[in-house]
Design a protein around this ligand. Structure first.
Ligand SMILES: NC(=O)c1ccc[n+]([C@@H]2O[C@H](COP(=O)([O-])OP(=O)(O)OC[C@H]3O[C@@H](n4cnc5c(N)ncnc54)[C@H](OP(=O)(O)O)[C@@H]3O)[C@@H](O)[C@H]2O)c1
Length: 235
């Protein structure tokens, strides 16, 4: 059975990615959250909605805490021989109230810690299991806000963190190209979540589907690209 792990999966896009991977793609899903209770509640809710026991398992994982990442990786290594998909979904602080010239730089640093260094830490920790899959896939959940061509003065911490996540995607894809691990940045579009707000033009299932595409690529799938809805978009 394919195995996948989703960070920040207790709500929003991450939770729906976990549901779709389990319900529509037959994956055993490690539903992770920084708060174990929230991971357990989300996994329980999915189980009540018809996913059988064992298909969705809760796990504590705070992407900003190296010891939490290491403990989660050790726990998964004890149970699983491989990891088919790592979805780096956890994200914070769409800082529409900030401007690059006056932004709180320490606050931007916290966004980078979660949105950029978090995926980096988690990918490193789970690499041994990803290498055992055929193929292992890493999906870095990015954003049009991090596209080089769309950078401006607004949302400075968030945009910088996602532009850097895109750069990390290219670097990791290059490093893993010969080992068959596919690493891509995928944007969900503008989605009605706590982060995206009620005015967003996409539903959570629509946004999640864009991500799930990257988590279910075949061995000949692309690597080192930036995609939305399965279509390449410009950096
Ligand atoms: N919504 C959009 O329009 C949109 C557009 C482009 C890209 N994205 C990206 O899509 C991803 C999911 O966003 P969303 O809209 O679903 O946001 P959301 O509803 O705000 O959910 C964010 C998730 O990230 C988790 N998280 C935050 N910090 C964490 C940490 N240190 N460790 C582990 N989990 C952590 C949150 O957990 P808690 O409940 O504990 O806070 C929550 O589960 C993010 O990477 C976001 O940047 C969203």
């Amino acid at each position: 059975m394919p195995v996948s792990l989703v960070t920040g999966a207790n709500r929003g896009i991450g939770r729906e990615v976990a549901r779709q991977l389990a319900a529509e793609h037959g994956h055993a899903v490690l539903l992770t959250a920084r708060d174990l209770g929230k991971a357990e509640d989300a996994a329980e809710a999915l189980r009540k909605n018809g996913l059988g026991d064992g298909r969705v398992a809760p796990l504590q994982l705070d992407v900003t805490a190296p010891e939490s990442v290491a403990t989660a990786a050790e726990a998964v290594e004890r149970e699983q021989s491989h990891l088919d998909a790592l979805v780096n979904n956890a994200g914070v602080d769409y800082d529409t109230d900030q401007h690059v010239l006056t932004a709180d730089v320490e606050r931007a640093g916290r966004a980078l810690d979660t949105n950029t260094l978090g995926p980096w830490r988690v990918a490193q920790a789970f690499l041994p299991l990803l290498r055992e899959a055929a193929p292992g896939r890493v999906v870095n959940v990015s954003s049009g806000s991090g596209a080089w061509r769309s950078l401006g003065s607004g949302t400075p911490g968030y945009s910088l963190s996602k532009a850097a996540l895109n750069a990390l995607t290219v670097m990791m894809a290059s490093a893993l190209e010969d080992e068959g691990v596919l690493v891509n940045a995928v944007g969900p579009g503008w989605v009605r979540t706590d982060m995206g707000g009620e005015q967003a033009n996409r539903s959570i299932p629509e946004g999640a589907r864009s991500i799930v595409w990257g988590a279910t690529l075949g061995p000949d799938g692309p690597t080192g690209g930036f995609f939305r809805d399965g279509e390449e978009i410009g950096w």
